[in-house]
Design a protein around this ligand. Sequence first.
Ligand SMILES: NC(=O)c1ccc[n+]([C@@H]2O[C@H](COP(=O)([O-])OP(=O)(O)OC[C@H]3O[C@@H](n4cnc5c(N)ncnc54)[C@H](OP(=O)(O)O)[C@@H]3O)[C@@H](O)[C@H]2O)c1
Length: 285
Amino acid sequence: MKKVSIIGAGNVGTSLAVLLKRSGYRVVAVSSRTIKSCESFMRYVKQGRICDSNAEAAKLGEIVFITTNDDVIEEVCKEIAPVLSGKLVIHCSGALTTDVMKAKGARKAAIHPMQAIPCVGKGVKSLPGSHFDVQCDDETFAFAKKLVHDIGGIPVRISREQKVFNHIASCMISNFSVALFTIALELYKDVGIDEAEAVDMLMPMFEENVRNIRNVGAIESLTGPIERGDINTIKKHLAALGKVRWIKALYICLARSTLKLAEKKGLELGKVSNIKALLKSHIVR
Ligand SMILES: NC(=O)c1ccc[n+]([C@@H]2O[C@H](COP(=O)([O-])OP(=O)(O)OC[C@H]3O[C@@H](n4cnc5c(N)ncnc54)[C@H](OP(=O)(O)O)[C@@H]3O)[C@@H](O)[C@H]2O)c1
């Protein structure tokens, strides 16, 4: 039975520990910045012990997960490096590669869950069935792949160079779609429409688009004034957004990408040029 240590008792560390325990791994140790997080970890995992230092936790496991926030992974790895020889050390950052973990004699892997994990309950539910991008050397890959399979995930091998782009794409879909949704809600607030009502109004459309993209792809899913070439409607939008400059700038940016899709879907070139010129004339420099 493989012994696992978790350093960083947050959402990802705790969710992974629950799933690893469920799959037959033995969680032997946890450490975190605060005792409060370790205690919360224990309520979910009910295995292993809370350690006073990261090095003590790392010493006890054969597989050591650094599930801290990205910015301290390097520093934490430096702190535990003296006890890592012969072990496998893993971080879960999407943007960072294994290069940030400097530890002689240790095997290293970056295993990044491609899922939004806002809390432990959701992580435990959604991680099985999710993709995990894995960056490591050939020797380590077979083991990392098995670990991901063991917790019900789908491993995808990725190179050092591909990692940051995969992470930008993930942020666009995961984080920016959430941001876009809240920007849409702000527009309602400005004209006195209640937020709960606005969520109800937008949600079916939001969900239908996700289904359509899955079923027929992005181009065939596209609807709206740009897809139809309704330039007067776009003019009306731009005029209405006149005062909210940053939302107008975002609208123009997204409209330009939408126009490229509309062109691929078959919008007449004359209409494409007219809309392009209209958008260009509204760019604030
Ligand atoms: N959440 C997601 O959706 C998601 C998805 C994919 C990948 N990831 C990756 O997973 C990793 C963890 O993210 P998360 O969302 O789980 O973050 P999180 O909930 O904020 O957890 C990070 C944990 O690290 C602990 N920590 C910070 N500094 C530490 C130190 N010096 N020593 C020990 N522990 C320390 C914090 O401890 P205290 O709580 O005790 O302060 C916190 O519990 C990141 O690399 C992130 O990029 C996250």
